[in-house]
Design a protein around this ligand. Structure first.
Ligand code: F0G
Length: 480
């Protein structure tokens, strides 16, 4: 939540008390230079002990509430028919308004099941933007992902409050081009992860629903960050300013035929779920669940996490919970802008993002500017961010990189984990790096898996730029 101070400043204030803490350390510069080399210049391959602030992701790394932890103590581990499942089912009914729900081990398992049930080879899946695992699963099933985002969605510096909107003209044109029969569904991702966590508006969702219904196209919402999107609707869409986050979420859900979520984000747990009011879809998902995930009442999740997700679902619509990361991200992004760091604006829902194509305009996209920036930023800060650019993309059939629309350094803000002081530190080191950006060089792959290469691929610097960067840093700050 934001509060206004008597000097006029607005700050994000923590609406919780920290009663359990996890120690972190700030490894010295010399160790950071070694650690990133050991990790193949891929921040995914760093170890926690070498990280000061872990801003890799907001997935599964959020602070849980006392009520979530308490619920985990009374979980029911029955293989079938466990009471934990029924508590989750009730939470899904109460909060999201769906009769049927199925737990899965995490969000991408939903995408796998959606692909099995909805996609035939040659089908097209329309969406406001793809996510890495989404695209991988849909294309493995023979589908074709078509993104129909609004024209300025990829403009990193913008004042469009809803860059996650689906372009309605492109939607109509796609229906005309492919024919409704070939369109498996239209998917709306609540805060588009890869283009900066940008929300869509309620008006846009309702318009998408109306067009889809006319053509019998199912509407699917990726709800992984649903409460954050709902909170930004409350903040940015005048009509909903007086609505509660809970009511906005219900209204959003009323537009969907199927929803799915990674339970690792808004619900501050680990797991995932699929939900619908359509008994036929439910039957089809249910048939695959025991094959790939587990029995219907646990779906590959631990019963403890099912309990935590049930409580997390109810808690995520509290204004305090829904706003926790959004307000801190806005603070982080505003600081970046004030210090001249090229940030993605407006602030989004899961992270502060830096435009690496502007930050490292001297590095060609084929040398992965966002990956290089993530490695360089780790060296100068011990903060772990993530590349969201061409490394997170793939190669075409000729082995050439498919250059990503955007090259972003993502600095995720897990819910209720970090403080304003941490954000000040992040922006301080980031602006120092911006002043020394010419020292950052490119990267090249030395080990590259065929799918989702960003997770475990290894890279090497082109030249000895990490050492030169470290020398410049040492001259200003010493080893810390
Ligand atoms: N959909 C969205 C919008 C996501 O952000 C993610 C995961 C998934 C689906 C897949 O869910 O990880 O539980 O299997 N995003 C994580 C991230 C990995 O760091 O952004 P999952």
């Amino acid at each position: 939540m934001n509060v206004k101070l008597s000097d006029g400043r607005i700050i994000p204030i923590d609406m919780h008390k920290v009663r359990v803490v996890q120690q972190t350390t700030l490894p010295p510069l010399s160790r950071r230079v070694e650690a990133i080399a050991e990790a193949g210049y891929n921040t995914f391959l760093l170890r926690t002990r070498d990280i000061f602030l872990d801003m890799l992701t907001d997935s599964g790394t959020n602070a849980m509430s006392d009520h979530q932890l308490a619920a985990m103590m009374i979980s029911d581990d029955a293989y079938a028919g466990g009471e934990s499942y029924y508590r989750l089912q009730q939470a899904v009914k109460d909060v999201l308004g769906f009769e049927y729900c199925l737990p899965v081990h995490q969000g991408r398992a939903c995408e796998h099941l959606l692909a099995r049930v909805f996609i035939k080879p040659g089908d097209v899946q329309l969406m406001n933007y793809h996510f890495t695992t989404t695209k991988a699963h849909f294309e493995m099933q023979g589908g074709k992902v078509v993104e129909i985002y609004c024209d300025d969605a990829l403009q990193t510096a913008s004042d469009n409050p809803f860059k996650g909107n689906l372009d309605l003209d492109k939607f109509r044109a796609s229906i005309a081009e492919y024919g409704a029969d070939r369109i498996s569904f239209v998917r709306m991702e609540a805060t588009t992860n890869l283009i900066g966590g940008q929300p869509f508006s309620m008006a846009n969702l309702k318009a998408v629903r109306e067009i889809a219904q006319k053509h019998n196209i199912p509407v699917i919402i990726d709800c992984s960050l649903i409460s954050e999107n709902a909170y930004m609707i409350k903040q940015r869409e005048a009509e909903y300013a007086d609505w509660s986050v809970a009511d906005i979420v219900r209204e959003m859900m009323a537009q969907a035929d199927v929803i799915y979520m990674s339970g690792r984000k808004s619900t501050c747990a680990r797991g995932g779920l699929l939900a619908t009011n359509n008994p036929e879809y439910h039957r089809q998902f249910s048939e695959w669940l025991p094959v790939f995930e587990g029995f219907l009442t646990y779906g590959g999740m631990s019963s403890k996490e099912i309990e935590a997700m049930a409580v997390g679902l109810r808690e995520m619509t509290d204004l305090e919970a829904a706003s926790a990361s959004v307000d801190l991200i806005a603070y982080l992004v505003d600081l970046m802008v004030k210090r001249g760091v090229p940030a993605v604006t407006p602030p989004g829902g899961l992270a502060g993002h830096v435009d690496a194509m502007k930050f490292c305009s001297h590095i060609p996209q084929t040398q992965y500017p966002a990956g290089a920036l993530a490695a360089a930023f780790y060296i100068v800060s011990a903060v772990r961010g993530m590349e969201r650019g061409t490394i997170s993309s793939e190669r075409d059939e000729h082995g050439q990189d498919i250059l990503s629309d955007l090259e972003l350094l993502r600095l995720a803000v897990p819910r209720r984990v970090y403080s304003m002081a941490h954000m000040e530190y992040v922006v301080d080191r980031l602006s120092w790096l911006y002043a020394h950006r010419d020292l950052i060089g490119g990267l090249e792959f030395v080990q590259e898996p065929p799918a989702l290469r960003f997770f475990i691929g290894r890279l090497a610097p082109i030249g000895d730029w990490p050492q030169k960067l470290a020398e410049a840093y040492r001259a200003d700050f010493g080893e810390v």
